[in-house]
Design a protein around this ligand. Structure first.
Ligand SMILES: [Zn+2]
Length: 333
């Protein structure tokens, strides 16, 4: 049993309280490797932004849960080395699907876990979430739950179609499960293909696809039912067209990838939405940078020469999100 507190990590309680009151959101960035972790910590140290480092089931399979946990411990020390005196870094399990998995993360030093039982019937979702909450809270570990179903694919999380969260269910769910934050479905979705082209309009000026707006009416209904309660948005990448264009220019084949416009996320961040998950955008930034090096310097075979630019590109993306979209810069001095 390792407590996250010994590792210098924090849970989400204070982060979320301040974010809801201050009208901004905490970035939740997924990480799978050293370059991604370094880019996240560099961006957060430079902007003094609190951050949630997320570990998905795909990341656990790819990099190993234990290694990622030690990397998060390293991230705290790295942040201090970069001059961030009081880093606020949370290590979070993304989409935990069983009690045993959540327990193993609590036991090895995660400061927050998500139990995603959103595909189960309402009562079973409450029951499993409550079981995780009862265990996690013994160790001051915070728990995110989910109500409603997101469309799209993110690692192994997939749902054919989305079902918006029903505002009339949130009070009972939050009260009976005891969760600390709630992921809701209001039109965001996992992956880089969030909408089918036929769901979008075409912007006549740019020729780009414009997706349907998020269901802010549902969000506001939920806020009214649970004033000040931390709300989470998954699948909130914006799929920057310049990254998609760079990928395609250098041999990629990403067709009609569409994300959530940043103006809408900015608006959401001002509400009770206090955690915004971003994964695909970092993948795109990394892939674009690597493809560019491969195309322009085909003789290059030193991984540092392409992973380095990829890391720089991801850092730039994270800083942009923190400063211009989430508003979390300067909130962890
Ligand atoms: Zn998710």
């Amino acid at each position: 049993m390792v407590s996250y507190k010994e590792l210098g990590l924090v849970n989400t309680v204070e982060m979320f309280k301040k974010a809801v009151a201050g009208g901004y959101a905490i970035p939740a960035f997924n990480f799978n490797n050293m370059e991604q972790m370094q880019a996240i910590i560099q961006a957060c140290a430079e902007t003094k932004s609190p951050v949630i480092l997320q570990v998905s089931s795909g990341a656990r399979k790819y990099a190993n849960q234990t290694i990622l946990r030690y990397m998060a411990e390293g991230a705290v020390q790295y942040a201090k080395e970069l001059g961030w005196e009081h880093p606020q870094i949370c290590l979070h399990l993304d989409h935990g699907d069983t009690f045993e998995l959540c327990k193993s993360c609590v036991d090895m030093g995660f400061s927050s876990v998500m139990i995603d039982a959103s595909s189960l019937p309402f009562e079973e979702n409450i029951k499993l979430t409550k079981q995780v909450v009862e265990y996690a809270h013994k160790y001051d570990v915070t728990v995110e739950a989910e109500l409603g179903v997101l469309a799209g694919v993110e690692d192994e999380v997939s749902a054919e179609e989305s079902h918006y969260t029903k505002p009339e269910e949130v009070i009972e769910f939050a009260t009976r499960s005891g969760c600390d934050s709630l992921a809701i479905s209001i039109g965001t979705s996992h992956g880089a293909y969030k909408f089918k082209p036929e769901q979008c309009k075409v912007d006549p000026a740019t020729g780009r696809l414009v997706p349907p707006p998020l269901a802010f009416d549902v969000l506001h209904e939920i806020e009214k039912k649970l004033p000040g309660f931390p709300i989470v948005l998954h699948g909130s990448s914006s799929v920057p067209q310049e990254e998609v264009d760079t990928i395609n220019k250098y041999g990629g084949a990403l067709k009609a990838a569409v994300g959530i416009p940043e103006e809408q996320l900015r608006e959401a961040a001002k509400s009770a939405v206090c955690k915004i998950n971003i994964d695909s955008d970092s993948r795109l930034a990394m892939t674009a940078a690597i493809r560019k090096v491969f195309a322009e310097k085909p003789a290059e075979f030193d991984p540092r020469k392409y992973l380095g630019p990829a890391r720089d590109s991801m850092k730039k993306l994270y800083m942009h999100k923190i400063i211009n979209v989430l508003g979390s810069a300067g909130k962890a001095e």
